[in-house]
Design a binder for this molecule. Structure first.
Ligand code: MF3
Ligand code: CO
Ligand code: CO
Length: 340
C-alpha cells in the first residue's frame, strides 16, 4: 500500500488561527476589539477550528507497509536484547568510568555522523524505509549495531516521525512529501555503549512558516536544556529551562516521553522530564551521561497512539518537532557527546 497524502503545509492558514488558549464567552476577545468574546470572534473561531480539524484529518500520516527486518552481520557486537527483544537492566549506573567514557564518545560520534548523513537523504519522493536502509548500512559499516532494532520488539533500525508523529514512528513505504517535516532518531551501539541523537528535517522547500518556526524553537529548547546542565544542580533545572522557552512561544511540551540515562544500556532508570517536575531532585554529577530530547507541539501536548504498538501522534493532529543529544556532565557544565 502506497498512500498518497495531500500536502498539509498549505492546510493551516496561520493568519486567522485563534490563540491556543481561547477566552471564556464573557471575557474580552483576544483580537483587541474590546468586545466580549461571544459577540466577537467566538463563532468564527469555532468554524476555523472545525475546518482545520477536517483538513488535518484529511492530510494525516497513514501507516504504510513495513519491510522485513534487516540483518546485522554476525561479527558485530550485539546488545543483549538483539534476539530476545528484552533489554537487561545493565549496570544501572548513570556515572561512567573514564574507560567507559572513551567507548561512549566513540558510539556518540558515530551516531552523530549517521544522523547527519541520513538527514542528507531527506527529500520529496524518498520513503522512510529507504532512509532506514541507508542508516542501517552505514551503522553496520562503522562496526555498530542499530540500537532500535528489536529493542522491546521495535521492527526497524531507526525511528522516523513525520508531521504530527511525536516519536517512535516506524520507517515504511510512505514517501516524504514536499512540505513535510520528519524527525530521524539514530541510536548506535558501538564498543558496548549506546549513543543517541535525533533531529527534525524539512522536506523540500515548501514547508510553511509555522512549521519552520516550530523546528527552530524546538532546537532552541534542546540548547536551553543543555545550558541548564550543571553538576550539583537538580535534574529538574533542565525541564524548567525547556518549558519556559516553549511557553514563550505558546507551544506544548510532551510529558509522557522523557530524556534518559544512557550508557551500557539504551535507557537507564534515570528520567529527564522536559517540563518542570519538582520530583526530579536527583543532583547532576560529573561523569553522568543522559539524553535531552524535547518533543514540542504547535497545539496540545497530549498524545494518542496508533495500533502498531509504537507510533505516538499528537491528539489534535497538529505538528510536533524534536531534537536530541547525548550529554556528559563535566566538572562545570554539559558536554554534547553526539558531535562529530
Ligand atoms: N531513540 C529513542 C530515544 O531517544 C528510543 C527509540 S526506542 C525504539 O529514546 F525502540 F523505538 F527504537
Ligand atoms: Co533517547
Ligand atoms: Co533517540
Amino acid at each position: 500500500m502506497n498512500v498518497t497524502v495531500p500536502d498539509s503545509s498549505k492546510a493551516t492558514a496561520a493568519a486567522r488561527r485563534p490563540p491556543n488558549k481561547l477566552p471564556r464567552p464573557a471575557d474580552v476577545c483576544w483580537c483587541g476589539s474590546g468586545e466580549k468574546y461571544k459577540k466577537c470572534h467566538k463563532d468564527a473561531d469555532q468554524a476555523f477550528l472545525k475546518e482545520e480539524r477536517k483538513q488535518l484529518e484529511a492530510n494525516k500520516v497513514l501507516p504504510g507497509d513495513v519491510s522485513p527486518k534487516r540483518d546485522v552481520p554476525i561479527m558485530i557486537r550485539r546488545p543483549d536484547y538483539a534476539d530476545s527483544g528484552v533489554p537487561s537492566r545493565g549496570s544501572g549506573r548513570n556515572v561512567r568510568t573514564a574507560e567507559e567514557l572513551v567507548r561512549m564518545r566513540r558510539a556518540c560520534r558515530a551516531a552523530a555522523e549517521v544522523l547527519r548523513k541520513s538527514g542528507a537523504q531527506v527529500k520529496p519522493g524518498v520513503t522512510t524505509d529507504a532512509i532506514d536502509a541507508f542508516s542501517h548500512d552505514l551503522i553496520v559499516s562503522l562496526g555498530g549495531y542499530p540500537s532500535p532494532l528489536n529493542y522491546r520488539g521495535f521492527p526497524k533500525s531507526i525511528c522516523s516521525s513525520v508531521n504530527e508523529v511525536i516519536c517512535h514512528g516506524i520507517p515504511d513505504n510512505r514517501t516524504l512529501k514536499d512540505g513535510d517535516i520528519v524527525n530521524l532518531d539514530i541510536t548506535v551501539y558501538l564498543d558496548g555503549m549506546h549513543g543517541d541523537c535525533n533531529a527534525t528535517f524539512l522536506v523540500g522547500d515548501s514547508v510553511d512558516d509555522e512549521s519552520r518556526q516550530l523546528v527552530r524553537v524546538t532546537h532552541e529548547c534542546l540548547m536551553k536544556g543543555i545550558e541548564a546542565v550543571k553538576p550539583g544542580r537538580p535534574i529538574s533545572d533542565i525541564g524548567r529551562a525547556i518549558e519556559v522557552h516553549a511557553d514563550q512561544h505558546g507551544y506544548g511540551v510532551v510529558r509522557s516521553y522523557c530524556g534518559h540515562g544512557i550508557g551500557d544500556v539504551f535507557h537507564t532508570n534515570l528520567q529527564i522530564p522536559h517540563y518542570f517536575d519538582a520530583r526530579s531532585n536527583t543532583r547532576m554529577e560529573p561523569g553522568m551521561t543522559f539524553t535531552i530530547e524535547p518533543m514540542i507541539t504547535l497545539g496540545t501536548w497530549e498524545e494518542s497512539h496508533w495500533n502498531d504498538d509504537w507510533t505516538v501522534v499528537t491528539k489534535d493532529l497538529r505538528r510536533t518537532a524534536q531534537f536530541e543529544h547525548t550529554i556528559l556532565v563535566t566538572e562545570t557544565a554539559g558536554e554534547i557527546l553526539t558531535r562529530e
